[in-house]
Ligand binder design. Structure first.
Ligand code: BGC
Length: 763
């Protein structure tokens, strides 16, 4: 927060021609001066956000609703717009507001820049698999550079929702199941988007969303009720939001879901008491799309007026697309039902953000057509996208070192519905990514092998799913087997077969929950038919969520998790397949054996009946038809080389609350290639006032080692790292015995023990 306050002081120059701002250096004061001039209607206008519903650069809208919106922009009734993009459109829209409204207050332009603006980077779940925070930060940085060059001020990212259920389509948008990894990634993304100076036109304001627990939708069904305990809320869901706030995130978005019977948009405890109160968040809270209006179907508001009342009171500052504030706040204030101080607080937050972005100094500072032309989709951005993409790939299986492939093998068959697909790699939430603009796997492979290898291609099957709309899905033919024969012929006698299987771009994302998370359509039939003539198969998966891979894993010798990797996907995958890049990605979510195991996560509780019953009976926490464990655990990922972990050494057997503990191991690259390993540190609190997870990630380091090289790897922790939301509602560590684990994933670890001595948390 300190950074934010500093920025406010620094960027206090305002529009010289505008009558409302003087030249005082203090942004807060400037905003106060402006607010003194504002009528209640003008203030409430700042809290209203519209999506673009007509072409702002085109002729005036013909319909009445469009005309009304246009009029609202002109009369200062719109504080922000989303989905107005590009220099021409944002300039035109800004002119409408600045030139026509009484006070000339510029609008904020927001857009969902989730994993790139036009240069697409890997979907966020994939990028988290890199465990490489420099890469994560760089991709957000470039996204901000491109978005800023397109006239935008604000992205609705990062999504920091923890997700434990792969049925939920939005798992693609976050960093997976672990609070620590999510927190580190959240901070890196905020740094990347916002840089160190929000007024620079190549930085944009970030937005941590969806506050809170949206990812806990029951049964993984999007928008469903989140049923969540305070234990999980405080220990698992909230830490990434706190990390984003500590990193100076400018805005927070609430969500569609309820927690504890209260829709979060109307939740005062979360927004006003915790976020703005205890955490001292000084930025602005925006509602999710129409989530204020949804307080009616939720059944906590009888009408839009009551919805507006509940939301503003709870701390939702800006109304995205419900028009509830514009329509009803004036009468609520006049009737004395909403204190004008609450409105003032919300307006101040909106205006301070505008000041920090430098919009009062120059409302058009992001509108530079030359910059737009030069930086968007530039060559250097493509190179960065390829690099981040290959770092995000996870090698799941590599029997007998089938990979990497040689670039001079005889015949390579490339088969599958996703092999020549230039669209799926762009993923869901693709900003202004251009349809069919990605490098396909086939193109990437051909570019890598040149003329040295004969590449035979067959599509084999369609994906058997269309997920843009329910109607489209129903009308699709899922059973078309006509391509299988040609695929079998392509595979017959080939040295190696690469099969590109998985999910299309819009099979995951918002509103795309599924009850089955295996391969759709006839993809399994295709794989089996090809396998019957040539079992030397590398399956390259493209997907936006963990899939059930049990059958495939039993069948093929090599499995590569290539997610939806963005614009340079095909080149990045080819880099890995042919050994130009040694994979080092690790799963940010557990991959289940069966959909019936969901929700599935490594940091689960032990329960009162954790182990097999010593008497061989069934009365312990398990399934009778399948192990509890995932197929691939959190943190799992192979390399073309092998790593050996030495013993764990602890600096002390006991530490006090103010002492540090250093945990050390020696990592050795025992294989033949240079490679990177993500060394993971987990901790378990053996006895607590609340039940504690069996393991919790507390640190990781990505170490690159040449073949044969060794390195000592040390982690230092103290009582702050052991703190949690205790039974009495405090955030603190409790004395007692702990187990510390180091390993290559959350399952394969070695352990040691230490004690935290009696004492009290220092801060
Ligand atoms: C999503 C948000 C998104 C907003 C604006 C909503 O449907 O839940 O994450 O930022 O739309 O596009």
């Amino acid at each position: 927060m300190r950074t934010v306050i500093t920025l406010l002081f620094v960027f206090a120059c305002f529009l010289s021609t505008a009558p409302v701002f003087g030249a005082e250096p203090d942004a807060m004061k400037q905003v106060d001066v402006l607010m003194n001039k504002m009528t209640l209607t003008e203030k409430i206008g700042q809290l209203n956000q519209y999506s673009s519903t007509f072409d702002i650069t085109g002729p005036p809208p013909a319909d009445e609703a469009g005309q009304a919106r246009l009029e609202h922009i002109r009369s200062g009734q719109v504080g922000s717009m989303l989905n107005v993009v590009g220099v021409a459109a944002t300039r035109r829209a800004q002119e409408l507001a600045v030139k026509n409204s009484r006070l000339g207050i510029p609008m904020l332009f927001g857009f969902d820049v989730i994993h790139g603006y036009q240069t697409m980077f890997p979907i966020p779940l994939a990028e988290a698999a890199s465990w490489d925070m420099a890469a994560v930060e760089q991709s957000a940085r470039i996204a901000a550079v491109e978005a800023g060059a397109a006239g935008l001020h604000w992205t609705f990212a990062p999504m920091v929702d923890i997700s434990r259920d792969a049925r939920w389509g939005r798992v693609m948008e976050g960093a997976g199941e672990d609070p620590y990894l999510n927190a580190i990634v959240a901070a890196a993304r905020v740094r990347g988007f916002q840089g160190d100076d929000l007024s620079k036109p190549d930085t944009i304001a970030a937005c941590a969303k969806h506050f809170a627990a949206y990812g806990f939708a029951e049964a993984g069904r999007d928008y469903n009720t989140a049923e969540i305990s305070d234990d999980t809320l405080f220990n698992v869901v909230l830490p990434p939001f706190k990390a984003a706030v500590d990193a100076g995130v400018a805005t927070v978005m609430n969500g569609f879901n309820e927690v504890n019977g209260i829709p979060v948009t109307a939740d005062e405890r979360l927004q006003r008491q915790l976020l703005k109160g205890e955490w001292g968040f000084e930025g602005m809270v925006v509602s999710d799309w129409g989530s204020i209006g949804e307080l009616m179907p939720h059944g906590v508001a009888a009408d839009l007026k009551q919805a507006a009342h509940l939301a503003i009171t709870a701390g939702s500052d800006m109304d995205m697309e419900s028009s509830a504030y514009l329509k009803h706040l004036p009468e609520l204030v006049k009737a004395g039902l909403v204190d004008e101080k609450i409105i003032d607080d919300a307006v101040r937050r909106v205006l301070l953000l505008k000041a920090k972005l430098g919009l009062f100094e120059d409302p058009y500072r992001y509108c530079d057509a030359q910059r737009e032309k030069e930086v968007i989709y530039s060559e250097s951005h493509q190179a960065a996208a390829r690099d981040v993409a290959r770092k995000s790939i996870v090698l799941l299986k590599n029997k007998d070192n089938l990979l990497p492939l040689k670039k001079d093998m005889g015949v390579l068959a490339v088969i599958g519905p996703l092999a020549d697909d230039k669209d799926a790699p762009l993923g869901s939430w693709r900003g202004k990514g251009v349809t069919d603009s990605a490098v396909s796997l086939l193109a990437g492979i051909k570019a890598a092998v040149g003329k040295n290898v004969t590449v035979r291609y067959a599509q084999g099957a369609t994906l058997g799913v269309g997920t843009r709309s329910f109607v489209e899905e129903l009308s699709l033919n899922h059973d078309d087997r006509s391509g299988i024969k040609a695929a079998v012929e392509a595979a017959r006698g080939a040295d190696t077969v690469i099969m590109a299987l998985g999910e299309e771009a819009f099979q995951s994302g918002e509103g795309r929950s599924q009850v089955e998370i295996g391969l759709k359509g006839v993809q399994m039939d295709l794989l089996k038919a090809v396998h019957a003539v040539n079992p030397n198969i590398v399956v390259v998966l493209s997907n936006g969520r963990p899939l059930v891979l049990t059958e495939i894993n039993d069948m093929v010798p090599a499995l590569v998790e290539a997610w939806h990797l963005g614009s340079q996907s095909g080149h990045a995958v080819a880099d890995v397949l042919f050994g130009d890049h040694n994979p080092s990605g690790k799963l940010p979510m557990s991959f289940p054996r069966h959909v019936g195991q969901l929700p599935l996560y490594y940091n689960h509780k032990k329960t009162g009946r954790p182990g097999p019953d010593p008497g061989g009976l069934v009365f312990w926490s398990h399934y009778t038809d399948m192990p509890n464990s995932p197929l691939f655990p959190f943190g799992f990922g192979l390399s073309y080389t092998t790593f050996d972990y030495g013993d764990i050494a602890l600096s002390n057997k006991e530490i006090a609350f103010d002492e540090k503990l250093t945990i050390t191991t020696t990592l050795t690259n025992t294989g033949k290639h240079s490679g990177a390993e993500v060394v993971q540190l987990y901790v378990r609190d053996l006895v607590g006032s609340r039940t504690r997870p069996v393991k919790e990630l507390k640190g990781f380091q990505k170490i690159t080692l040449a073949a044969g090289a060794s390195q000592k790897v040390s982690f230092t922790i103290d009582s702050n790292d052991l703190a949690f939301y205790t039974r009495d509602g405090q955030w603190r560590a409790e004395p007692g015995e702990f187990v510390v684990f180091i390993g290559t994933n959350s399952r394969d670890v070695q352990e040691a023990r230490f004690t935290l001595k009696q004492g009290r948390q220092l801060n």
